[in-house]
Design a protein around this ligand. Sequence first.
Ligand SMILES: [Zn+2]
Length: 486
Amino acid sequence: MTNHSALARSWRPLILKDVIGQELTVKALTNALDHQILHHAYLFTGTRGVGKTSLARILAKSMNCQAGTSANACLNCDSCLSIASGYCMDVIEIDAASRTKVEDTRELLEQTQFHPIKGKYKIFIIDEVHMLSGHSFNALLKTLEEPPAYVKFLLATTELDKVPATIRSRCIHFPLQNISNDILIDYLGKKLKTMNIEFEQPSLNMIAQQAAGSVRDALTLLEKLLLLHPKELKSEAVAKTLGLTGQKNIHDLIFNAMTGRLDALKMIFTELKLNQTNYLALIEQALYFVHQEALKPLSKQQSQFDESFLQLAYDIFIKALENAKFTPNQAINFEMTFLRLTRFTPTVNEQPATAQSNVSNELTHSTWTKLLPNLKLNGMSLALAKALTVISHQAHQLNIQLPPNLKSLANDNTQSNLIKCIQDHGFLVQNLNIQWNEAKHENSQDSDKQNAEALCEQLKNHLKKHPQTSALLQTLQADIDALNLS
Ligand SMILES: [Zn+2]
């Protein structure tokens, strides 16, 4: 098994071009290093784990590489190696959170009078610089204004607004971006491949969502997951470990809310309670799910979910994330959110939630056969419509039976055409459940008969209207309605 220990450390980018998700910063620093246009102070800001200190260390290596200052540090010289190991006399790294006092800062600044030993520059990396006291900032300011030519300051902070404007204005400021999910997913996928670890794509999506833009968080989560699942990351297992529910459960939760299936929701609530669920993360997942479903029409895909419902669900989930700060228990917030969904969806309001109350809008096979001649369908969808037998219609699901030889016709497209068409006739059907079975519903033969009769009627009307036929019929004194055309 590969050694997964401290992935965040071992996968840390070594040179600028390895840094992910910070194109602008990397480009600016590459140009500065390659053209030797170096400022004496840089300030890196951004949320936790986006790579502030990693960038500062890379910059220190690039500045002090004995092979020459460039964006591509050699990584092999004494200077590069000692910076990488954290024991470099020329690079002094401090965490301002533990050195807030002015005495600490003065002590640090005293070292600026000594020239670097191995590299070109004496580099001071001050992490969480916003933690310095007012006096410390004042002490720093003087040196920051006019440092010796061999001194460079690399400051990093998560809280830019706590850094005095006087300090900020003396630094070149690089605001680092949160890493997008797509970039994180791509990055994790590539890393896992190099380690020959199998994975299911949704598992990476879950890690990226949980990491919320932080590479470090993503890697820490991955490390934890690999300890439990060293050979393969399966979506269900990952969901369980992260206290999330799988994509299928998210679908079911939202679908059950939309269709007002309270019993089904109750069962899922119970299951989630037993599984130490991370409710907040689950609401976030639901938010992503709703977004993905809402995007489907843009790529000509049919969503199973009502468009207005998706918009409403989005608002309700956003509100739930806000409410999470005030709730005494995250499970309460979660359950209330999904119950609220069942109350406010347009579909549910029009058609009350229980199956019994949908009876008036239940699609039976005999209703179906009456609808058939009026369906605006053609081609394969029409062929399916004609061949299907309605078995039952419960809470937005239409259970139908089709002969197995039509399997090739029942693709996503034809099924969504059918659903759309059924909905156009006022029936609340969100999905089809197909049983492939040769046996035909007895009503279906009636339907064939009805179809044949309708066709005869059409033909007779056509003949009556046709001038030549009607003249012929008059000559023959024949009554067309008496003809048996079937
Ligand atoms: Zn080097």
